[in-house]
Design a protein around this ligand. Structure first.
Ligand SMILES: NC(=O)c1ccc[n+]([C@@H]2O[C@H](COP(=O)([O-])OP(=O)(O)OC[C@H]3O[C@@H](n4cnc5c(N)ncnc54)[C@H](OP(=O)(O)O)[C@@H]3O)[C@@H](O)[C@H]2O)c1
Length: 258
């Protein structure tokens, strides 16, 4: 189902975005690669071309609406259509609330929320006109249960999950599908300074990429990966007090290297 499809992947220079761009290309798609670090995007593009697929590198800061519009325009100029958007670019902003500066929240929302919403808004008219398309929003398990001291990150990821939940329902019947991805801890540069407890062990980014492709195939509304990450969500639904205790007991916040 991915053969000759056109995908845009934001945050394609590293981690989950890079793994997803390569997985899409391996499945037959052409991919527009967006992030700020152009040389890393060029490396990914070379891998995609070696797989026999086409790649387009568009250096993009997703917090800048004009740059996001340019990304969409460049992709449409190259292939004439966009079938899949993987809104994945993100940044981990972690600071105890009593030390929080407004800039921490603003930066997190700019990257993690608006950085995903801008590409959705830029692409939606095109997808609605064609009556087909798939939008994937990469949020986090932190959008199901907040973990201290991640308030800036948690707030932005909850906002994105809420936006995606409404988006999916508003687009029902239009031919445009929406999948929200909630990864647990993933072994990428994003949290390379964080040691995590065994119960939330880091999974490889390729596992998230595989789940994303499966989710697109099945039209899944939500993906939680790995499955163990659901346990904290279930505990929270049962009793927020129980889930708060589990966060403290298992040290789910992890330990930061100094
Ligand atoms: N790793 C985890 O444990 C984990 C868990 C749950 C959810 N997630 C989410 O998964 C997504 C991917 O993260 P990752 O783990 O793969 O981390 P990563 O390896 O650090 O990748 C983050 C990507 O986002 C891009 N990015 C950051 N700020 C950007 C900006 N202003 N404009 C454009 N691109 C920007 C980075 O590219 P440039 O620096 O080149 O711009 C990079 O490609 C994020 O949304 C993250 O919140 C990760």
């Amino acid at each position: 189902m991915f053969q000759d499809k056109v995908a845009i992947v934001t945050g394609a220079s590293s981690g989950i975005g890079k793994a997803t761009a390569l997985a899409l290309a391996r499945a037959g798609a052409h991919v527009a690669l967006a992030a700020r670090r152009e040389s890393l995007l060029q490396d990914v593009a070379r891998e995609i071309v070696a797989l026999g697929r086409e790649a387009l590198v568009v250096p993009t800061d997703v917090t800048d609406r004009e740059q996001v519009d340019r990304l969409v325009r460049a992709t449409l100029e190259r292939w004439g259509r966009v079938d899949i958007l993987i809104a994945n670019a993100g940044a981990y902003v972690r600071r105890p609330i009593r030390e929080l500066r407004p800039e921490d929240l603003e930066y997190s929302l700019a990257v993690n929320f608006y950085g995903s919403v801008y590409p959705v808004l830029a692409l939606l008219p095109h997808m609605l006109e064609r009556k087909t398309g798939h939008i994937v929003l990469v949020t986090s398990m932190d959008a199901k249960k907040g973990i201290p001291p991640d308030a800036p990150y948690v707030a932005a990821k909850f906002a994105l999950a809420g936006f995606g939940d409404v988006l999916r329902q508003e687009l029902h019947g239009t031919g445009v599908r929406v999948t929200i991805v909630f990864p647990g801890r993933v072994d990428t540069p994003l949290i390379q300074n964080l040691t995590v407890p065994w119960i939330s062990a880091k999974i490889p980014p390729t596992a998230v990429a595989k789940a994303i492709l499966k989710g697109i195939r099945k039209g899944a509304p939500e993906i939680i990966v790995p499955w163990q990450a659901r346990l904290l969500l279930y505990a929270h639904v049962l009793s927020p007090r129980l889930a708060d205790w589990a966060v403290r007991f298992f040290h789910l916040e992890g330990w930061e290297a100094t």
